[in-house]
Design a protein around this ligand. Structure first.
Ligand code: NDP
Length: 432
């Protein structure tokens, strides 16, 4: 096993230059010399309009640039200022609706916020292929999140025996003060731990049912609470206390079975396409470069729904990629196999901690409307829809790659972007 070198890092000034890397100080973005100071005391206390004026002046923005930074769509300035610190405006993304989805026998419209052309077309196409086999079958585990409390042992002790004896007490203590969560049927369920010998550190995992919430704040609160008990239980100093985004106890799964005939086309026999999709999956299984792009395609289906519903897509990204590497090698997230009858079976199971309460899900008007479009799902149903869309996206990409190639469909849809870009470049208004 490679262990990290724990020697203090060299002073930045003493580090050798890295000739392969571009020196960004010499890059001149947009051909303008910028001599700015980013030290703006009290910036966070200004109003949105004042902040916009200050940064526009410091960065020398044109009126047009300033106008576009300070735009508000359905998210008004008041909400933007509540959601994040230092807000100056909002950033718009196209919001589309993917069609053809049948999940557990029910038709559903899937809202997706994304900037990339062909993503919605691919999701809808993948869902149409899956529909030929009855659609997606999906499920989730219970919404169990896991928090970590790290302890540094200050002397040797039999922590296994001690913690086993105090387990129930710790769970009860974690739940104290969580009356509303308990009333909803949630709360801390289990505690386990592992030891990191290199750090002489015991890491306690608290597994908590967070019901309809993603649960980061619930979990972090409970971890901090439990940590206060620990010095009375073990000889230790407290380390970090925070949830893990590798939510392996909060998983969502989607499967589909597609008849080979669904892939028949004038140019390709369906049975050949099935063979080639299976080989494409195996390529990703054995080759990390392919696996990475394969999983990017799956996240093309997952992230846009997370964004449209106000969920934390960074949390899901982190969890999915970590899950992809769980056996020590980064693997494709979905599997595709030919059945004994020659049809195609696909399966995707990933950590999927999403909420329909908490975060901005109930506050962002577009997130609310997106959830309404999906029939106001509970968190489990939302997770299932997301994972089905990730599988549909992967199916569509692999079908194209295994037959005519990805560029024909992608570029015909992307062409409108390129045309606009050319018009933009030649427009005198945009020459600055
Ligand atoms: P919130 O703290 O915003 O909301 C959760 C609260 O919603 C609960 O504590 C509960 O409060 C209330 N609630 C109402 N109805 C329900 C219900 N049916 N089930 C459960 N809770 C309910 O959000 P989360 O704890 O979900 O945390 C998510 C946020 O944390 C996201 O914005 C995320 O970006 C952020 N975050 C993520 C981190 C990470 O992923 N590493 C780290 C830190 C933050 P009450 O009981 O009082 O009604």
């Amino acid at each position: 096993m490679n262990t990290p070198d724990l020697k203090p890092l060299a002073n930045h000034k003493n580090q050798a230059p890295t000739p392969d890397r571009a020196d960004t100080s010499e890059q001149n973005m947009d051909n303008r010399e910028l001599h700015i100071s980013s030290r703006i005391p009290g910036f966070y206390e200004l109003s949105i309009g004042e902040r916009l004026a200050v940064v526009s002046s410091v960065a020398g923005l044109t009126d047009s640039e300033r106008f576009h930074l300070g735009q508000f769509g359905s998210l008004n300035g008041e909400l933007a200022d509540v959601f994040i610190e230092n807000a100056v405006g909002t950033f718009s993304l196209p919001l589309g609706v993917a069609t053809n989805f049948v999940i557990n026998g029910r038709d559903i419209l899937v809202p997706m916020a994304v900037e990339e052309s062909s993503v919605l077309a691919a999701a809808s196409h993948g869902a149409k292929l899956a529909r030929a086999g009855g659609g997606f079958k999906t499920s989730t585990t219970l919404p169990i999140m896991t928090g970590q409390v790290q302890l540094f042992l200050t002397s040797t002790c039999d922590f296994d025996t001690i913690l086993n004896a105090r387990k129930d007490e710790l769970i009860a203590f974690a739940n104290r003060g969580q009356d509303s969560l308990l009333a909803r049927g949630g709360g801390a369920r289990e505690i386990d731990w592992h030891y990191i010998p290199e750090m002489h550190s015991v890491v306690i995992h608290i597994h908590i049912d967070t019901r309809e919430a993603m649960g980061a704040n619930i979990v972090n609160t409970m971890c901090e609470r439990v940590s206060t008990l620990m010095p009375g239980i073990l000889p230790c100093e407290i380390g970090l206390r925070i949830l893990t985004n590798l939510t392996e106890k909060r998983m969502a799964k989607a499967e589909c079975l597609i008849p080979a005939s669904a892939f028949d086309s004038p140019d390709y026999k369906g049975t050949d396409v099935v063979d080639r999709i299976e080989k494409a999956y195996l390529f990703a299984y054995y080759d990390v470069h392919r696996a990475t792009t394969n999983n990017k395609g799956i996240m093309n289906g997952i992230d846009p729904i997370l964004i449209a519903t106000g969920n934390d897509w960074r949390a899901i990204e982190a969890g999915c990629h970590s899950w992809a590497a769980r056996d020590g090698k980064y693997r494709p997230l979905a599997t595709w196999r030919k059945t004994l009858h020659g049809d195609l079976h696909g399966s995707l199971e990933v950590p999927m901690a999403v909420g329909v309460v908490g975060g901005v899900t109930k506050l962002h008007p577009t997130a609310r409307a997106s959830l309404r479009l999906m029939g106001n799902p509970d968190a489990s149903t939302l997770a299932q829809t997301i994972v089905a869309t990730g599988l549909a996206q992967n199916l569509s990409a692999l079908r194209a790659l295994a037959s005519e190639g990805i560029q024909r469909g992608h570029m015909s849809l992307h062409q409108k972007n390129l045309t606009l870009l050319q018009q933009h470049a030649t427009s005198p208004r945009n020459s600055n």
